[in-house]
Every structure is written in structure tokens, then in C-alpha cells.
Design a protein around this ligand. Structure first.
Ligand SMILES: O=P(O)(O)OP(=O)(O)OP(=O)(O)OC[C@H]1O[C@@H](n2cnc3c(O)ncnc32)[C@H](O)[C@@H]1O
Ligand SMILES: [Mg+2]
Length: 205
């Protein structure tokens, strides 16, 4: 199948998260663009995610990497919002259990906080904000969400992060039980990339 045209020849993924890189690589395979990551460049600065919103952090990551590489850069700032925890962990999802927390530690903290809350009160959503920064021009921001609920027992081997604890009622499976294609079709990241694609089509075709 011929690849769909893309406004640029190259794009840099401004993320160090292997799970995100895997998902984006698959999603970008339909476009005629070379996908690079920060690992392809020596001496990339570490971006401090000190914003109060997903938008602020995504913008900072994308603009920093676009500036140092001279290429369009796509960043994703994402996380989990649990209603019973007043939207936590939110922008702190990666560091929920501490500054260098692993996925396992973050999941253990999530489970410990929700243990006494009945399952029908454990509504949650994944949020992904994508920022596309181009060397000249305004940064584009889009937001995608995916609704579900938190289960205490992890299930599934796919995905990353909170996926084994994120249950999708309409699929009757956790996010980690979906194939990579299925996850991309319904996920917060897939939704956000769809919106970005629509904005790019409007601007550049
Ligand atoms: O900042 P970068 O380098 O992109 O990588 P990161 O892992 O630090 O990413 P974030 O700052 O955006 O933190 C998002 C956290 O939310 C969680 N998360 C985001 N998307 C997820 C998904 O699709 N499935 C499960 N957990 C996800 C995951 O634990 C991440 O550590
Ligand atoms: Mg991060």
C-alpha cells in the first residue's frame, strides 16, 4: 500500500519511553516520513518536566528537542487520572511512587490507594497530550483520552505502565490484554495522533 504523504521528510520522537516509541513507530508506519528518536542524536538535553499540565510538559519536551535537532519534534505527555483520587496521579504518573519509580512501584501504589474502593467507583482515564514543534512556526497541541476503570489484579503482558490495571468495559479486557494494533486504535495516544493528523491535513494539504 502506498504511504500517505507527510508534511516533513523526518520527525524526531521527543521521548525516552520505549513503550511510547513502539506505539508511535507502528502508527507512523503508514506515513511517508523517517521517524527518529532522541537516541539517534548524541548529547540530547534532559528536559525537566516541571509543568502543571500535560500541555505545558509536552510543549517543553517538543520545543527543546526541535530546537537542538533542527527537526520537527513530537512529544507526548501522558498519564492516568483516577476520579476517586481527585485526578491523581495525573501529570505525576511517571513519578507517582517517587522520582525514579518503576512501573511496578507506581502500580503497587495505585493498588494500595484503591484497595478499599469498590470497583464501580474506580473510574479512570488515560490522557495523552501530543505537542508537535517545528523549527519555524507554532507548536501544535492535541489531547486524546481513553476511559476505563482500575482493577486491583494485573492482567495481560502487552503495553507498559499502568496498562495491566486499566480495564476497558467495552472490550472486557485490560489495556495490556489488547494487541498493539487494538491498543493504538482506541488508546489516548491513538486518539490524539488522529487529531494531529486531521490538523496537519487541514494546514498542509
Ligand atoms: O517523558 P517521556 O520521555 O516521554 O517518557 P515518560 O515515561 O516519562 O512519560 P511521561 O512523562 O509522559 O509520563 C507518563 C506516565 O504515564 C503512564 N502512561 C502513559 N501512557 C500510558 C499508556 O499508554 N499505558 C500505560 N501507562 C501509560 C506511564 O507510566 C508513564 O510513565
Ligand atoms: Mg517523562
Amino acid at each position: 500500500m502506498p504511504k500517505q504523504t507527510f508534511p516533513w521528510k523526518k520527525i524526531v520522537l521527543a521521548t525516552k519511553n520505549k513503550g511510547k516509541i513502539g506505539e508511535f513507530s507502528r502508527m507512523f508506519a503508514v506515513f511517508d516520513v523517517e521517524v527518529l528518536t532522541v537516541a539517534d542524536f548524541p548529547d540530547m538535553p534532559d528536559v525537566v518536566e516541571d509543568g502543571e499540565t500535560f500541555e505545558a510538559n509536552a510543549r517543553k519536551k517538543a520545543e527543546t528537542i526541535a530546537q537542538v535537532t533542527g527537526l520537527p519534534a513530537l512529544a507526548d505527555d501522558s498519564g492516568l487520572e483516577v476520579d476517586a483520587l481527585d485526578g491523581k496521579p495525573g501529570v505525576y504518573s511517571a513519578r507517582f511512587a517517587g522520582p525514579d519509580a518503576t512501573d511496578e512501584e507506581n502500580n503497587a501504589k495505585l493498588v494500595s490507594l484503591l484497595r478499599d474502593i469498590p470497583e464501580d467507583k474506580r473510574c479512570a482515564r488515560f490522557v495523552s497530550v501530543l505537542a508537535l514543534a517545528v523549527p519555524q512556526g507554532e507548536t501544535l497541541l492535541v489531547r486524546g483520552t481513553c476511559e476505563g476503570r482500575i482493577v486491583l489484579a494485573p492482567k495481560g503482558e502487552n503495553g507498559f505502565g499502568y496498562d495491566p490495571h486499566f480495564f476497558l468495559p467495552e472490550k472486557q479486557r485490560t489495556m495490556a490484554e489488547l494487541s498493539p494494533e487494538e491498543k493504538n486504535r482506541i488508546s489516548h495516544r491513538g486518539q490524539a495522533l488522529g487529531k494531529l493528523e486531521a490538523v496537519l491535513k487541514e494546514r498542509f494539504v
